[in-house]
Design a protein around this ligand. Sequence first.
Ligand SMILES: [Zn+2]
Length: 267
Amino acid sequence: MPELPDVEAVVQRIRPHVVGRKILEVEVLSPRTVRHPAPALFARLLSNKKVQAIRRRGKYIVFEIDDGRILVIHLRMTGDLVVESRGTRVDPHTRLTFLLEGGKELRFVDARRLGHAHLLHPEEINLLKGFSTLGPEPLASEFTLAAFRRRLRGRKGMLKSLLLRQDFIAGLGNIYADEVLFQAGLSPMRRVEELRPQEEKALFEAIRRCLREAVRNLLRRGEPGGELIPVREEDAPCPRCGTPLEMRRVSGRSSYYCPRCQPLPAR
Ligand SMILES: [Zn+2]
């Protein structure tokens, strides 16, 4: 499932092909992928409009259109955006195509068809549940240790649950939350209200480092050195100490951790 680094890599990859280009024509191959407005109107409103900018917010991709609207795409489980030359083979899971001036096509490919697109005026953003309540961007320069500590104040419960909340920090999902906790040496079941200042700092640094490295590695994928995050499984050896990893469900999500490197404090 795409998380912040995956979405950021998609944005960086397609940006040079899309920004400053006019969308000549939109083809909606899967009407249910377009949530707002109706698919035919969606296609018509975007035709002959220019993309002024593209950015990521949490796990959303936001295209700024020159008529003041924004096109917001969420990849959900299996979505991806690719740029191909017009006339090349179209993946059978392609749901939307945007023909761009210059002969390239931006294609939204989504095997499970859970991803979605909204074309909105900025003041309609509340139609997109969850967008307006997104927490801070963890890679933004305003996201400092002091800001992170302020956000932690008054929070309670298991650390893993908090990291998954998009209104706490935007963009973390299950895989990177586990990786962050591993790098910080903190148990997913650790109580937020019991974190010591040093642990808050370790957590903050792990969030920034882990996400930054992941974006870099994803952009290098296919080239030597572009290693991705190790897949964790129960009983697989801890990459650091070799102890078999354990799994607990936290907030309904499988959480893999090393009981030795990420211990819970003794009671
Ligand atoms: Zn370990």
